[in-house]
Design a protein around this ligand. Sequence first.
Ligand code: NDP
Length: 278
Amino acid sequence: MIINGKEISEKRLAALKEEIKTSGLNPCLATVIVGEDPASQMYVRMKHKACEQVGIKSTGVVLPENSTTKEILAEVEKLNSDNLIHGILVQLPLPKHVDTEAVIEAVSPEKDVDGFHPYNTGRLFSGMPEFVPCTPGGIMTLLKEYKIETSGKKAVVVGRSVDVGRPMAALLINADATVTVCHSRTKNLEDEMKAADILISAIGKAKFVTAEMVKSGAVVIDVGINQDENKRLCGDVDFESVKDKVSAITPVPGGVGPMTIATLMENTLKSAKMHAKL
Ligand code: NDP
């Protein structure tokens, strides 16, 4: 089974559009981008386009590459205190000279639709999630939509980043899976991966996961966004060799990516509802 993230995302966005239309709310997302990284610019454009699609207002703060941490914090502070804005998204990565942790911590936890603020990661790890990071949140939605059981399953997450690997592990624990988190220092990585009923790869290495590394009948979720040898978009998983061995797999593109954006839209509406005390 090929898990069609694009289709599920479109379905969720259509439902969201209806809900927003009848809600009487005016949800608004603010993005902050620093510098001119083309990939970041593309992601921010896609987020604004999705806002337009579902009826969420959006506004963008664009700051030059040489902005100081202090200048960025001042912009975030303005957005925090603007009552018309419900969600704030600072596009990462920030330029190297910027104190990224300080910026993440400056976003009001109540507007933290990316779910990266330690308050929200703490809530997630305490089993009381409020704003869940969009990529792992979107993956949980995919698993639910495809009725993939997590309870009692052995889930292996490869990658321990703050935006994907760690929150993914927390969500799977909350969903009663038995979770192993692997990373670049993991010994016998292949054995760990082969034991997975549900394998989530969030490494960032083109076609790293091959058929020998996965168990027959496993569910494989590919988070990676990479370029192959022909400069074409591909995931962490060698899709062609793995797809016939597993019970379900997400393609790249069209798998996890669209769900990330749909979840961001859902988080923004959630924030607008919380601000309206609904
Ligand atoms: P990071 O670079 O922050 O993290 C990568 C993780 O993979 C690290 O924990 C690293 O280990 C681990 N890793 C790297 N190489 C290996 C290896 N050879 N064996 C085992 N573990 C390894 O990346 P992100 O988590 O932010 O993103 C991962 C991928 O997902 C990227 O391709 C990114 O573009 C993509 N992505 C896709 C999204 C989507 O919407 N589809 C959203 C976000 C990311 P260590 O900690 O030890 O260094």
